[in-house]
Each structure stands twice: as structure tokens, then as C-alpha cells.
Design a protein around this ligand. Structure first.
Ligand code: BDR
Ligand code: CA
Length: 311
């Protein structure tokens, strides 16, 4: 089985990814670390606890970063028009936001040291907690099994600016640190997740016929679906759950590899750039960076079918 730590900012599509992880028989969820992003960290932490409690799962939740590492980044504008005021589509939540101390980076470090070569990190929010863990204990890069992240837009436009995808845009320096560490990273970017579109009928059907906790996911996704409907799509993109499927079914994905850099200033703030395998010559800012991988392509329908089978 896979020992997974889930780093997340729930977040409607984060909730579906979390449900996939706890439903999958081959996944052992060791803990959840939270980060600001879709909502302030006190809210995303509360949301992670709320979901796990609703589903009867006892994985520990560790609050993480409240803001980005990137110097000069403005305070966040939280995407309440997408994920609701409470981060879970304004589904009623009878639990107060959690004003916890930031223990996420240390939890990651402790777990990685306790299980050398075994931990798989799935990061579907800003990369701040991962970057902080690397800054505190750089040797963890050699001790994790791998890092799978939802983020980036390599050959397609971003979803925050023409250049940048949300998880990278929210802390580009952290993302650049994560791509630059000598641990194996697989990015699951918008190139693929703008094609893993679950239509409303499939979402509703899964709520009725899926596992006992799936109706909650369908319910809290309704506001998110309305956001997509306003943009002309009847359904929703399942960004984060697509990255979760990569952990269990990598054969459904097509990988491209190369050194990755992230722009942390300027008009293309948050742009992810890959130097692909076949490019030779002077590398400049790519020099000495490890090769990482990104799922620029894959089988969207098979990935959606897998989510429906598991959830
Ligand atoms: C990513 O941004 C967040 O809003 C979603 O939860 C997902 O992780 C998509 O760009
Ligand atoms: Ca997310």
C-alpha cells in the first residue's frame, strides 16, 4: 500500500480528492497538512477536519502556512466566487475555524524521517508547506518516495492569469523550490486537468450510488458547479482528484520530463516552464536543476471512470 500525506486547501475539488484517498484500498493516509489558498488556513484546516470527521477517518490534521514565501506577494484574494465563503461551497459546516499553530512542515519532516523511502506526498494547494519543510530539513528530499502535485500550466493558459495556474501563482517561489529539490516530482497541470471534466449528471449519480460519504461531496460541489455553469459548462473540473489518481493509476497518464523553473516576479508571475528532454545547449537558469516530470497528457475519461469506481 502507499503511505500518503495529503497537503491541501479544501476547497471543493480538494474534498473529492480526499474522499478518493480515504476510499482507495491501497492508500494509507498518514495525515493531512493544510495551507492557505482556496480560503485562509484557519478555514482550510477546519474544512479538512470537518470532512474527515464526517467520513469517520482518524488521520491527523496539521495546519500549515498562512501566507506565501514569495517576497512582495500581495495578501491573498480568496476565490469565494468559486469555493464559497467557507471554502466548501457554502455547505453548512457546524465547526469553527481552527486557529492552530503551524506544524505542517515539521509533521512532514517527522513522517518522512520515520518512513525513509516510503512517503508519497500529494500536494494540491500552494507549495508553501513543502518548500518550508525543505528549508528546515533539506535531507528529506533524499528520503521521500515521491511528490505528486496538482499545479502549473505548461502548454495551455493559466486559470489566474494567462501565465499562471492558481496553486503556483499563489506562491511561485515555493513552487520553484519544490521543482528544484532532488526529490522526484510529478506535476499534474492544467494541461490535463482542464480535460478531466465531470458533468453534472455524473456527479449527481455518483452522489447517489457512490460510497456513504460521496453524497456530501456532491452536495458541497453544487456552488462550484454553478460557477462552471456561469462559464458555460454543466459540470466541474476535478483538478485535485486527477492528481490523486496519478498515485494509484500512473498508466493513465503520459509523462514529459525536463528541468522546471517557475517565474516568481514580473508580468508572467507563476509561469511554469519546462526544458524538455530533447533540448540541448546553454541552459542558464536551468543549469544544475533536477529533471522533473509533468503529466501534459493522459486519458481523461479513464481517469474520471477510475474516480467513479473508487468513490
Ligand atoms: C487548483 O486551484 C485550487 O483552487 C483548486 O483546488 C486546485 O487545487 C486548480 O488550479
Ligand atoms: Ca486545491
Amino acid at each position: 500500500s502507499h503511505k500518503v500525506i495529503f497537503d491541501t486547501d479544501p476547497g471543493v475539488d480538494d474534498a473529492l480528492a480526499l474522499y478518493y484517498l480515504i476510499r482507495h484500498p491501497q492508500i494509507e493516509l498518514l495525515g493531512v497538512t493544510t495551507v492557505f489558498g482556496n480560503a485562509p488556513v484557519a478555514v482550510t484546516t477546519r474544512n479538512a477536519r470537518f470532512l474527515l470527521e464526517a467520513w469517520g477517518h482518524d488521520a491527523p490534521v496539521h495546519a500549515g502556512a498562512a501566507g506565501p514565501l514569495t517576497p512582495g506577494m500581495p495578501g491573498e484574494d480568496f476565490p469565494t466566487h468559486i469555493h464559497g465563503e467557507n471554502g466548501l461551497g457554502d455547505h453548512p459546516i457546524d465547526m469553527a475555524p481552527s486557529e492552530d499553530p503551524d506544524t505542517a512542515a515539521q509533521f512532514l519532516i517527522d513522517q518522512i524521517r520515520a518512513h525513509p523511502g516510503q512517503i508519497r506526498i500529494l500536494a494540491v494547494g500552494r507549495m508553501t508547506n513543502l518548500a518550508r519543510a525543505l528549508q528546515i530539513a533539506p535531507e528529506i528530499a533524499g528520503l521521500v518516495r515521491d511528490v505528486t502535485l496538482m499545479g502549473g500550466a505548461f502548454r495551455v493558459p493559466g486559470n489566474i492569469t494567462p501565465a499562471a495556474e492558481a496553486n503556483i501563482w499563489g506562491d511561485p517561489l515555493a513552487a520553484d523550490i519544490v521543482f528544484g529539490a532532488s526529490w522526484p516530482v510529478v506535476a499534474v497541470p492544467l494541461d490535463l486537468t482542464t480535460r478531466t471534466f465531470m458533468d453534472r449528471a455524473a456527479l449527481d449519480d455518483l452522489g447517489r450510488r457512490g460510497g456513504p460519504g460521496m453524497q456530501l461531496v456532491t452536495d458541497l460541489s453544487q456552488g462550484y458547479v454553478r460557477f462552471y455553469q456561469a462559464a458555460g459548462y454543466d459540470g466541474m473540473l476535478v483538478h485535485d482528484a486527477t492528481a490523486a489518481v496519478f498515485l494509484t493509476d500512473p498508466d493513465l497518464f503520459t509523462l514529459t520530463s525536463g528541468e522546471v523553473r517557475v517565474l516568481s516576479e514580473g508580468i508572467a508571475l507563476g509561469l511554469t516552464l519546462m526544458n524538455p528532454e530533447d533540448r540541448k545547449g546553454p541552459l542558464g537558469a536551468w543549469e544544475g536543476r533536477p529533471r522533473q516530470r509533468a503529466t501534459l497528457d493522459g486519458q481523461p475519461q479513464a481517469i474520471l471512470d477510475r474516480i467513479a469506481q473508487v468513490c
